[in-house]
Design a protein around this ligand. Structure first.
Ligand SMILES: Cc1ncc(COP(=O)(O)O)c(C=O)c1O
Length: 414
C-alpha cells in the first residue's frame, strides 16, 4: 500500500509537535504517578479562554438562518470587509476586499497552499524549485516545501546579523552551494519570529520587498505574531507598510495567537492580487472555507475594543510568565543576561546545558524525568541544534511548577 503514495509524502515525518504530543501521551500515566504530570510548553497554543465576545457572537450566529450551509472559499463579505478595516486601522494599509483578501483555515493552511501553488514538483534534487526560509524558523515551512516537491534553503538568523540577514549574502551563499537564483520562487520572512521572538525594522521589510522585486520572486510574509509585542516595545509592522510591497508580496495573518483561537482555524491572506487570486483558485478546488458562525465571530472581534484590550492583556500575561521563566532559569545557572530575551511572541529560545550533546537528548531527559514538554531546537532548522524552544503558554502557577521541578530534578546549566 505504501508504494502507492508519492515520494514527497513518503519522505514526511509526522509533524514534530504531534510527535511530541504522542510521546507525552504515552508517558502521561507513568509521569502522573510520580507527580510529574506533563506541563506542555511545546505547542504555540495559549491556554487562556478566547475573548467572551467571540463566544457570544458564535452562539448568536449559530441560530441565524442559513448559517449551516457552505460558505464561499473566499470568505463571507462581513469577514473580508472587517479584515480590510483592520488592515487600515492597524497598519494604515488599503486592501481591496474584492481582489486582495482571502480567508484561510488558519495561516498554516494558506502558507502550505501558496507553497504548493509555486513549486513545480520533481523528485530530482537538481531540478527542484527553491523556497528561501528562515533558520531557525517555523518548523512547518521545511515540511511544506518538501511535500510540495521543492527544496527549502535556510537563511541563518543570528545575533550577529540582528536576525535580519543580508539578502545579497544569501544569494552568494546559495550560488556557492551550487544552486541557482533562477530556481528560487519565494522568500519567506516571519517577524516577530517563531522560535526566536525576533522583530525587524520597517527598513528591513523595504529591503526584502526590493530584493524580491530585483529577483522576480514572491515575498511571503508570515505575520502570525504581528500583534504579540510587549508593552513599551515597538509595534510590529505589516510588509505592506513598505513601498511597492503589493507588487511582490502576500502576507498571512492568524486569529490563533492574538485571540487564543488556535482550534477555531481561521486566518487570512492579503496582498498581491494575482497571487491571492491563484491561491484562491487552488483553495476553491480543495476546501470550502470556514464555518460561517466562526467567520461572524472573527469579523466582530477584529475591530472591537474587547479584541484590542484582550491582546494588550494577553501580552502582559506573556511578559509576566516570561519573567518567571527567566528568573527561574537564572537560578538554574543559565546565562540569561547574555541571551537578550525577546519582547515579542510567547517563545523563549534557550541553549541546552553543555553536558548534553544534542537538543533532543536534553528535551527527552526533561520530559522523562520532570514531565516538562519542550521542543528541540533542531526542529526549527539546522541552526537550532544546541537550543531548545519553550512556549510560555501555560498558567503562571505551572511556570513556577516547571522551575520547581527542574531544580528538584537537577536540571542545572552545567
Ligand atoms: C510562524 C507561524 N506561522 C503560522 C502558524 C500557524 O498558525 P495558524 O494556522 O493557527 O493560523 C504558526 C503556528 O504555530 C506559526 O508559529
Amino acid at each position: 500500500m505504501k508504494d502507492l503514495f508519492n515520494d514527497y509524502v513518503q519522505s514526511l515525518e509526522t509533524y514534530i509537535m504531534f510527535q511530541i504530543k504522542q510521546e507525552t501521551q504515552r508517558l502521561t500515566p507513568e509521569l502522573t504517578q510520580k507527580e510529574r504530570k506533563p506541563i506542555s510548553l511545546s505547542m504555540g497554543a495559549p491556554v487562556e479562554r478566547p475573548p467572551e465576545l467571540v463566544y457570544e457572537k458564535i452562539k448568536e450566529a449559530m441560530q441565524e438562518d442559513g448559517m449551516h450551509t457552505y460558505t464561499t472559499p473566499k470568505g463571507e463579505a462581513y469577514l473580508i470587509e472587517s479584515i480590510a478595516k483592520r488592515m487600515k486601522a492597524r497598519f494604515n494599509v488599503e486592501m481591496d476586499p474584492k481582489t486582495e483578501i482571502f480567508s484561510l483555515i488558519g495561516s498554516k493552511e494558506g502558507i502550505a497552499n501558496i507553497i504548493r501553488a509555486l513549486i513545480n514538483p520533481t523528485t530530482n534534487d537538481k531540478d527542484k524549485d527553491i523556497i528561501l526560509i528562515p533558520d531557525p524558523g517555523y518548523a512547518s515551512y521545511k515540511e511544506m516545501v518538501k511535500v510540495s516537491g521543492g527544496l527549502s534553503y535556510g537563511i541563518p538568523l543570528t545575533p550577529e546579523n540582528n536576525y535580519m540577514p543580508d539578502l545579497e549574502d544569501v544569494v552568494k551563499n546559495l550560488e556557492k552551494d551550487g544552486y541557482s537564483m533562477k530556481k528560487v520562487k519565494a522568500l519567506i520572512i516571519n517577524y516577530p519570529n517563531n522560535p526566536l521572538g525576533a522583530i525587524c525594522t520597517k527598513e528591513y521589510l523595504q529591503k526584502a520587498v526590493d530584493f524580491c522585486k530585483k529577483y522576480n520572486i514572491l515575498l511571503i510574509s508570515d505575520a502570525a505574531y504581528v500583534d504579540l509585542t510587549f508593552e513599551g516595545a515597538p509595534k510590529a509592522h505589516s510588509v505592506f507598510e513598505a513601498e511597492g510591497a503589493k507588487d511582490v508580496a502576500v502576507e498571512f495573518f492568524s486569529f490563533s495567537k492574538p485571540y487564543s483561537m488556535t482550534g477555531w482555524r481561521i486566518g487570512w491572506v492579503c496582498g498581491n492580487k494575482e497571487a491571492v487570486g491563484i491561491l484562491g483558485k487552488l483553495k476553491s478546488t480543495i476546501d470550502t472555507g470556514i464555518y460561517k458562525p466562526i467567520q461572524k465571530a472573527a469579523a466582530e472581534i477584529l475591530n472591537s475594543k474587547e479584541g484590542d484590550e484582550y491582546i494588550v492583556e494577553a501580552n502582559k500575561r506573556f511578559e509576566r510568565k516570561q519573567k518567571i521563566i527567566i528568573d527561574g532559569f537564572k537560578e538554574l545557572g543559565w546565562p540569561m543576561e547574555k541571551l537578550n530575551p525577546p519582547k515579542a511572541t510567547f517563545y523563549l529560545w534557550l541553549p541546552i546545558p553543555p553536558k548534553y550533546k544534542t537538543s533532543k537528548e536534553f528535551t527527552d531527559a526533561v520530559l522523562q524525568k520532570s514531565g516538562v514538554v519542550l521542543v528541540p531546537g533542531n526542529a526549527f532548522g539546522e541552526k537550532g541544534e544546541g537550543w531548545v524552544r519553550m512556549s510560555i503558554v501555560a498558567s503562571e502557577e505551572q511556570m513556577h511548577e516547571v522551575i520547581r521541578r527542574l531544580k528538584e530534578d537537577g536540571f542545572y546549566f552545567e
